[in-house]
Ligand binder design. Structure first.
Ligand code: ZN
Length: 330
């Protein structure tokens, strides 16, 4: 156990924090309890104490949902992610060349590769990286970002995307320094993470989904922007998007019920309707890159014309997921 988490604060250097919530997760085998604390200097949220690395790795193996995600759920998630992040980021760069850090099983890379992008992944979980190589033929480095930038085959890329990763890492400043190496001079970093200042966090308090043992640090636009500037990036845009994905139908509930359920809630976003269609069409069959392309949303710009993209919540950064688009300073 590490007890002096975030002292001094990784963002502001302060040493004072206040208790927000004390949490227990016995269902996933988390031993004892931990606290969610807020730095009084800058508002950064963090878990304390933190499990030893070996303990947290066992928890990932046993409980982390992405490793058990059904293919149709992965397709739906990635179709939304592509629209909500790539669709926005490609306004800044037309290189069509992407490194994804934390690429999991490679669905997003497969989707982009099928559209003509040049892609490469970095993934710490060996089984997920191997799945991406075997299924989609994509190039994935197994290991941490820090190990990748030190590898002989490393070369910086014009755009690097990392979604839902930085909240998991022990040392975000070191992670962002490695990011600066990974991004070519003048290139772009697209960083997505749960938004610690979202309306849902304030409404749900201790039961907010992002408060869990896997999320060591949780960021706001301000705290993430400060860290990025420290690491040598100029923040160009920050926005949030709201989870518009419909709940997955239960396997036992039958396809007709699934169609009704998902159709009911997926009026939120056009892309969610397409994701629903792809989900139903694919069922649990293995997904090839071509079927991913055929069934996922056809237009990466779809999100930009949605109600969520045009809402005040997006620009005020009150939505569920924070995205910061930053340029490597020269
Ligand atoms: Zn602080």
């Amino acid at each position: 156990m590490k007890h002096d988490v975030n002292r001094p604060c990784i963002v502001c250097g302060g040493s004072e924090s206040r208790l927000l919530h004390a949490l227990r997760f016995p269902r996933i085998g988390y031993p004892g309890s931990f606290e969610v604390r807020e730095c009084t200097g800058c508002g950064l949220l963090f878990n304390s104490p933190r499990l030893a690395d070996a303990q947290i790795e066992r928890l990932y193996d046993a409980s982390y949902y992405v490793f058990r995600e059904r293919e149709r759920d992965a397709v739906r998630r990635v179709a939304l992610l592509a629209s909500q992040t790539i669709g926005v980021a490609q306004q800044f760069s037309d290189a069509r060349d992407l490194l994804e850090v934390g690429c999991a099983k490679g669905y997003l890379m497969a989707l982009l590769q099928a559209r003509g992008w040049s892609v490469r992944g970095v993934e710490i979980a060996a089984s997920a990286a191997e799945f991406a190589r075997q299924r989609f033929g994509v190039d994935v480095f197994t290991g941490t970002l820090e190990a990748w930038v030190a590898a002989p085959s490393f070369a910086p890329r014009p755009m690097v995307l990392s979604t839902d990763v930085i909240e998991h890492v022990n040392d975000p400043p070191a992670f962002l320094r490695a990011m600066r190496c990974a991004v070519a001079p003048g290139g772009w970093l697209v960083l997505g993470t749960p938004n610690a200042d979202s309306d849902h966090r304030h409404a749900h308090q201790a039961s907010w989904l992002a408060f869990n043992p896997f999320h060591i640090f949780l960021f706001t636009r301000e705290t993430l922007s400060r860290l990025l500037q420290e690491a040598g990036f100029d923040v160009v845009q920050a926005y949030t998007y709201t989870n518009g994905d419909p709940p997955a139908p239960q396997p036992s509930s039958g396809m007709r019920h699934a169609v009704r359920t998902v159709a009911h809630v997926s009026g939120l976003l056009p892309v969610a309707r397409r994701a629903r269609d792809s989900m139903l069409a694919l069922a649990d069959r293995p997904v090839s890159a071509q079927t991913l392309l055929d069934h996922s949303d056809a237009d990466l710009n779809t999100y930009l014309s949605s109600d969520d993209a045009r809402s005040q919540r997006r620009t005020a950064c009150r939505g569920d997921n924070l995205v910061v688009i930053a340029r490597r300073s020269q």
